[in-house]
Ligand binder design. Sequence first.
Ligand SMILES: NC(=O)c1ccc[n+]([C@@H]2O[C@H](COP(=O)([O-])OP(=O)(O)OC[C@H]3O[C@@H](n4cnc5c(N)ncnc54)[C@H](OP(=O)(O)O)[C@@H]3O)[C@@H](O)[C@H]2O)c1
Length: 315
Amino acid sequence: MKAAIINRFGPPEVLEITETEKPVPNDNEVLIKIKFTGINPVDTKVRAGTSGMSKNLRLPAILGWDVSGTIESVGKNVSEFKTGDEVFGCIGFPGLGKTYAEFTLADPKLLTIKPSNVSFEEAAAVPLAGLTAYQAINEHLKISAGQKVLVQAAAGGVGHLAVQFAKLKGAFVAGTASGKNEDFLRPIGVDQFINYKKEKFEDVFKNADAVLEAMGGEILYRSFSCVKRGGRMVCLPSSTKNDPKAIELAKQHDVELIWPMMHPDGEEMKLIAGLLEEKKLLVKIDKIFALDDIIEAHKAIETHSTVGKVIVKID
Ligand SMILES: NC(=O)c1ccc[n+]([C@@H]2O[C@H](COP(=O)([O-])OP(=O)(O)OC[C@H]3O[C@@H](n4cnc5c(N)ncnc54)[C@H](OP(=O)(O)O)[C@@H]3O)[C@@H](O)[C@H]2O)c1
């Protein structure tokens, strides 16, 4: 089968298209014929060798965790799915999902049926970013009706989904992005749009119950001025975990600071699938690349300015 692999860590150019063996499911796995895979910033960090996950990786490796496609075959103990079912999910994380390929194996518990009114493109765009946003808003920040939330990088893959999950909870949502993204973000739930290129978010938004922080460093430090005492903050980039300055600021401001790790979850995927089906959740696709252009897909993510998600067409 055709796949994109890396033989070493490095710039996007280490990604190469090759022929590899089609995998065979064990008794408890399904084989998926992939239609689309989603690209996430973590893919680029693993590829570069800068992610904590890189050190456990045996090379050559097929990257990728987000998948939409059809069930090609099932192991003999699998009762959840049958050949031909249209599915999507985030698989393998934090091990290898191996979705930059024509076929991949998956634990059926991590998959869910793709609603018929949701495209394969949308389905591949959602899983990792959607689960991250869902878990941040509901499990870590525990947002409830009437609370004030700040979503940093609101136009990003995680951010635009987090805005909608917070809105579904009945929160007042502020979001930071550059001015060009205001018209995208207001209709999906941003009550207070903050153009971070023109104003300092800490000057215009105070007393938040919670912040979803997506950048780390100075933006993380400045975000403490927006949260009330006893509030919560989630910081997404794992590379910033245990930053001593952030831990000290959290103490000073009496803020619970959490560095979460997204975990794949089939039950939560079902919930997200339901929201997509009912059109209560919108996923924005910025660009679709061919598998042959996987290097360009990684370069696009590394601009840190894509709106919503970048996906790759496999079939
Ligand atoms: N811990 C976990 O389990 C976990 C899971 C998923 C993601 N993450 C991490 O979370 C981070 C965000 O992921 P993502 O997929 O949402 O990234 P992304 O889609 O690549 O984010 C791109 C967005 O960032 C915005 N942005 C860039 N600089 C900004 C700034 N100074 N202020 C506000 N917005 C800014 C851009 O908006 P403009 O163009 O308008 O500037 C763009 O829309 C990444 O570091 C990722 O690795 C962690």
